[in-house]
Design a protein around this ligand. Structure first.
Ligand code: SF4
Ligand code: SF4
Length: 185
């Protein structure tokens, strides 16, 4: 039953003003202030922003050990939705597709700086464009975080020897459009 307004109306303007300014105990979003190990499976899955960056082919320099991103997509990556086209069976179909765990996200050196798992593992906050914050999956594309429109080819469409020609640096960077929320530009 809605609370009657008469009680606050009898307190005078100062009391009403105080009531409006009083801090409200809003529940914390589930991803804040929690150890990675404490997430439920649905919460863990929902942390993925759907950028698709981790589904780009990566090459390791044999001499230096440095890992380079290419703009070649995994054979199951949909370059438009930026999602896996067979997520349920991905690990049967792609031998080196990794299952991210709290332990692995702390140790994988190549996870993009924008990846939510890396962000939380480093104690940072999810950015404005993360779908859990913005409320829409579109923001990850609008902010230039996703691979949409940037996948040159799928790994199966290019000869292995030519992979180094596709090395790019942008998956390791935060694009300008992602740094400032649209309303502040
Ligand atoms: S880089 Fe991280 S947030 Fe982006 S698709 Fe991969 S796991 Fe999800
Ligand atoms: S199998 Fe799917 S989830 Fe795994 S790397 Fe390829 S596109 Fe990404």
């Amino acid at each position: 039953m809605p609370r009657q307004p008469s009680q606050t109306n009898t307190q005078g303007s100062q009391a009403r003003g105080q009531a409006r300014n009083a801090p409200i105990d809003e529940p914390q979003p589930f991803w804040k202030g929690k150890a990675l190990e404490a997430f439920t499976q649905p919460e863990w899955e929902s942390l993925c922003d759907g950028c698709g960056r981790c589904c780009l082919v990566k090459l390791e320099d044999e001499d230096t050990g440095e890992i380079h991103f290419t703009d070649l997509g995994c054979k199951l990556l949909d370059g438009e939705t930026c999602r896996c086209s067979d997520y349920r069976r991905r690990r049967q179909r792609v031998r080196d597709c990794l299952k991210l765990t709290p332990e692995s996200v702390r140790s994988l050196p190549w996870l993009p700086p924008t990846c939510a798992y890396r962000v939380l593992a480093e104690g940072r906050n999810l950015a404005w464009w993360h779908p859990l914050v913005s409320g829409t999956p579109d923001s990850v594309h609008d902010a230039g975080i996703s691979v949409r429109g940037r996948v040159a080819a799928l790994e199966t469409e290019v000869k292995l020897d030519d992979y180094p020609d596709y090395i790019v640096s942008w998956p390791k960077k935060v694009p300008k459009a992602a740094k400032v929320p649209p309303r502040k530009r």
